[in-house]
Design a protein around this ligand. Structure first.
Ligand code: UDP
Length: 315
C-alpha cells in the first residue's frame, strides 16, 4: 500500500516505518524534525520535512495514514497545556481535514495509556473509564473521540492503539529524546557514564516494593501491531486496542534488570514522587490478541533492556 507515516523520524514512528518498508509498502514519512531525527527515517522511505497542519503533496495517492506526530511529554503538557491541544488535537484535526479533501479514508492512530488516568482496576481494559490526569492524555483522548465521530459521520476507518510503556530498540532504531523522561533510557545513561545515578521517583506507593509498576512492551512488538491494525481497518468503524505485555514490573525491578544486562552497578537515589504518576499501570491486551491475532514475541524484560542497551552501546 501507499502509506503516509507522520512522525516517522521519531522513536515509535521510525520503527513502524521500517517494518512497513520491510513488508513491501510504499512509505512517505512526514516529520517537522522538532523532536525527531532525519537519520531515523528508514532507507527506502521518502522523507518530507513538514508539518501535519500542511501536509502538501505528502498525501498524494496515499491509501492510509499512520499518525504518530505529536507532543508527548507529560510534564511539559502540564506546564503548557495549550501547546498540547494545539499540536495534538489541532494537528490531528488539520490532518483529518486534508485526508478528507484527498479522499484518504483510513488511519491508524498512536494513542496512549495516559487516556485512562488513575485506573480503578488492573489490568486495564479498553472499556474502562477514561479520565486522563494531564493535558497530554486529554489531548490524545480528544483525538480518539474525533475519530469515533468521523467514523460514524464520515465513514472514516480508524484504529487507535493505546500504548503502555514502550521500550527497547529495533536494530539501530532507538529512543533518542533531547529531554529524556523515560525510565529505561535514563537508567542506561548511568551505565554509559552520561549520568552518575538514576532517581527513583517515590518508594511509598502501595506496591510490593513501594515503587511504581508499569507494563513494558518491546517497540518491535508494538510496531508489528500497527501492521495488523492497518489490515483491520474497516470503513465506518473506530477500533481501539490496548498494547502492553500484561505483566507489571516495578522501578526497582527494572533497574535491577539494567544492572544485570549492563554489568554496571547503576547507583540509584530515592527522590520524591513525580506528580501525576499512578501507582500501577498494566494493560489487558486480550482484545488485540483475540481480534487481530497479535501477541508479544519479545516480552521478556531482559530482551527489551538488552536491545535498548545494544543499540545505545553498539554492543
Ligand atoms: N521513573 C523513575 N526515574 C526516572 C524516570 C522514571 O523513577 O528517571 C519512574 C516513573 O515515576 C514511573 C516509571 O519510572 O513510575 C516509568 O516512567 P516513564 O517516564 O518511563 O513512563 P510513564 O509510565 O510515565 O509513561
Amino acid at each position: 500500500m501507499r502509506l503516509l507515516v507522520t512522525g516517522g523520524a521519531g522513536y515509535v514512528g521510525s520503527v513502524v516505518a521500517a517494518q512497513l518498508v520491510e513488508a513491501g509498502h510504499e512509505v512517505t514519512v512526514l516529520d517537522d524534525l522538532s523532536t525527531g531525527h532525519e537519520n531515523a527515517v528508514p532507507a527506502g522511505a521518502r522523507f518530507v520535512r513538514g508539518c501535519i497542519t500542511d501536509p502538501g503533496d505528502a498525501l498524494d495517492g496515499v491509501e492510509a495514514v499512520l499518525h504518530f506526530a505529536a507532543k508527548s511529554l507529560v510534564g511539559e503538557s502540564v506546564e503548557k497545556p495549550g501547546l498540547y491541544w494545539k499540536h495534538n488535537l489541532g494537528g490531528a484535526l488539520a490532518l483529518l481535514d486534508a485526508m478528507r479533501q484527498q479522499n484518504v479514508g483510513k488511519i491508524v492512530f498512536s494513542s496512549t495509556a495516559a487516556v485512562y488516568g488513575e485506573p480503578e482496576r488492573t489490568p486495564i481494559e479498553e472499556s474502562d473509564p477514561t479520565r486522563p490526569t494531564n493535558p497530554y492524555g486529554a489531548s490524545k483522548l480528544a483525538v480518539d473521540t474525533v475519530l469515533t465521530t468521523y467514523a460514524g459521520l464520515h465513514g472514516l476507518g480508524a484504529v487507535s492503539l493505546r500504548y503502555f510503556n514502550v521500550a527497547g530498540a529495533y536494530g539501530a532504531f532507538r529512543e533518542r529524546h533531547a529531554i529524556e523522561t523515560h525510565l529505561i533510557p535514563n537508567v542506561l545513561k548511568v551505565a554509559t557514564g552520561e549520568r552518575e545515578s538514576v532517581s527513583v521517583f517515590g518508594t511509598d506507593y502501595p506496591t510490593p516494593d513501594g515503587t511504581c509498576v508499569r507494563d513494558y512492551i518491546h517497540v518491535a512488538d508494538l510496531a508489528r501491531a500497527h501492521l495488523l491494525a492497518l489490515d483491520a481497518i474497516t470503513p465506518g468503524e473506530h477500533k481501539i486496542y490496548n498494547l502492553g505485555n500484561g505483566t507489571g514490573f516495578s522501578v526497582h525491578e527494572m533497574i535491577e534488570v539494567c544492572r544485570e544486562i549492563t554489568g554496571h552497578e547503576i547507583p540509584s537515589v530515592v527522590g520524591p514522587r513525580r506528580p501525576g504518576d499512578p501507582a500501577v499501570l498494566v494493560a489487558s491486551s486480550a482484545k488485540i490478541q483475540r481480534e487481530l491475532g497479535w501477541k508479544a514475541e519479545r516480552g521478556s524484560m531482559a530482551e527489551i533492556v538488552g536491545d535498548a542497551w545494544g543499540a545505545l552501546s553498539g554492543k
